[in-house]
Design a protein around this ligand. Structure first.
Ligand SMILES: *Cc1c(COP(=O)(O)O)cnc(C)c1O
Length: 436
């Protein structure tokens, strides 16, 4: 953009000196970091799975904890010199347990998909059946996509949302269908928790259904972990046997995964599946950042933040609905919404919308809506989320502005002049809400 991010828009002097240092050490790589820093500072991040981590979390990842091998677990390592790594991993575990109210936490998975893969490795045998939401209705690729390990080596069966327009729970989880799928297929494991689902998940109801077929109940709270930690979404414990999550979405930590349980036997199997089953050395610098993020999430400010995330999502959804867009399921209870573009403009695709908005500095992702007539690379919808904008301090008033900007760009069908004008307004708005 050439608006000269360099120094001044950040509230983080350490990040600024690190950037200056890296530009000196390696101008070629440093320039790429400078450009990305400016991109993040001057655009509106509406991707529901992204956030802006705190300076403490960011800098924790750039520490000497990256230098060390610590294969194994605290007190049982395969390398010498792990005394502080034991202290650190134990601290991260203790904070995770306190945050989610459980007995055992494995903080080593490198990502959310790795955490899920470790659960499959620990709990199922190749060919075993498990149940999850239809992926096109908001499920994650690690819940049984054909080309993912979960769909290739195991046997996924899927439950749908309510598709009946007249139903009061239209486009929400159809618990009767979950029950039906479990009765018919007797899955060994029942999964809940999603990537594009704007409503509350009833974990107690899932428990009842899992018990009718003797299935293990697993919740993947990758998206809603921050809301759960803050008590803004109901907790999966004590209903679920196993809970996995990412640490970088609403939880606002470093990129990573986490697996939790209350059952000592399951915990043993999970630990063995993560290491040595799936991974070698843990990313101890990331575990350091996880510990710090969990510490932040235990503070009262974090609850206030998550409450604002939800208020902002409701404000954005209702402003968009007021401009003729359809919000699937009629609204949102959490941080995410699915915007069906068809009622606003039957010819408008998610792919075009994503591209035009990016021209204007509004970063989103195209996403299929339930029973979308268009293929996944095109789609008729956008998935929007408020975690990142809320971290920057935008409130409900700004959500109305954001909805207006989105509608102006999409209504113009990506007109260059309109996008350029919107881009300038976005940069100005960003200037009022600096990065953490
Ligand atoms: C994001 C997500 C994941 C995967 O996380 P990665 O860290 O990208 O591997 C897993 N499950 C759900 C439900 C997600 O939304």
């Amino acid at each position: 953009m050439g608006s000269g991010y360099d120094i001044g828009m950040s509230h983080d002097p350490i990040a600024e000196s690190v950037l200056a240092f890296l530009r000196e050490q390696d101008p070629e790589a440093g320039a790429i970091l400078a450009a990305e820093t400016e991109r993040q500072a001057t655009t509106l991040e509406l991707i529901a799975s992204e956030n802006h981590a705190s300076p403490a979390v960011m800098h924790a990842m750039g520490t000497c904890f990256t230098n060390k091998y610590a294969e194994g677990y605290p007190g049982a390592r395969y390398y010498g010199g792990c005394v502080h790594h034991d202290e650190l991993e134990t601290l991260a575990q203790e904070r995770a347990k306190r945050l989610f109210g459980c007995e055992f936490a494995n903080v080593q998975p490198h990502s959310g998909a790795q955490a899920n893969a470790a659960v499959f490795l620990a709990m199922l045998k190749p060919g075993d059946t498990f149940a999850s939401l239809e992926l096109s209705d908001g499920g994650h690729l690690s819940h049984g996509l054909k080309v993912n390990m979960s769909g290739k080596w195991f046997n996924p069966v899927h439950y749908p949302l309510h598709y009946d327009k007249g139903h009061e729970r239209f486009e929400q989880i159809d618990y009767d269908a979950v029950e039906e799928v479990c009765r018919e297929h007797k899955p060994k494991m029942l999964m809940c928790g999603y990537s594009a689902y704007p409503r509350v998940i009833d974990f107690a109801r899932f428990r009842e259904i899992a018990d009718t077929c003797g299935a293990l109940l697993m919740a993947d709270i990758a998206h809603i972990a921050g809301l759960v930690a803050a008590g803004v979404h109901p907790a999966p414990f004590p209903h679920c046997d196993i809970v996995t999550t990412t640490t970088h979405k609403t939880l606002r930590g470093p990129r990573g995964g986490l697996i939790m349980t209350n059952d000592a036997d399951l915990a043993k199997k999970i630990n063995r599946a993560v290491f040595p089953g799936m991974q070698g050395g843990p990313l101890m610098h990331v575990i350091f950042a996880k510990a710090i993020a969990f510490g932040e999430a235990l503070k009262p400010e974090f609850k206030a933040y998550q409450e604002q995330v939800v208020r902002n999502a409701k404000a954005l959804a209702s402003a968009l609905a007021g401009r003729g867009y359809r919000i699937t399921s009629g609204g949102t209870d959490n941080h995410v919404m699915l915007v069906d573009l068809q009622p606003r403009d039957a010819g408008l695709t998610g792919a075009d919308a994503e591209q035009w908005l990016e021209q204007a500095g509004i970063i989103t992702n195209k996403n299929g809506v339930p029973q979308d007539p268009r293929p996944p690379r095109v789609t008729s919808g956008l998935r929007l989320g408020t975690p990142a904008l809320t971290t920057r301090g935008l409130g409900e008033g700004e959500m109305v502005l954001v909805a207006e900007l989105i509608d102006r760009v999409l209504g113009s069908k990506g007109d260059e002049g309109i996008c350029t004008q919107a881009r300038e307004e976005v940069t100005q708005l960003c200037g009022r809400f600096p990065m953490p």
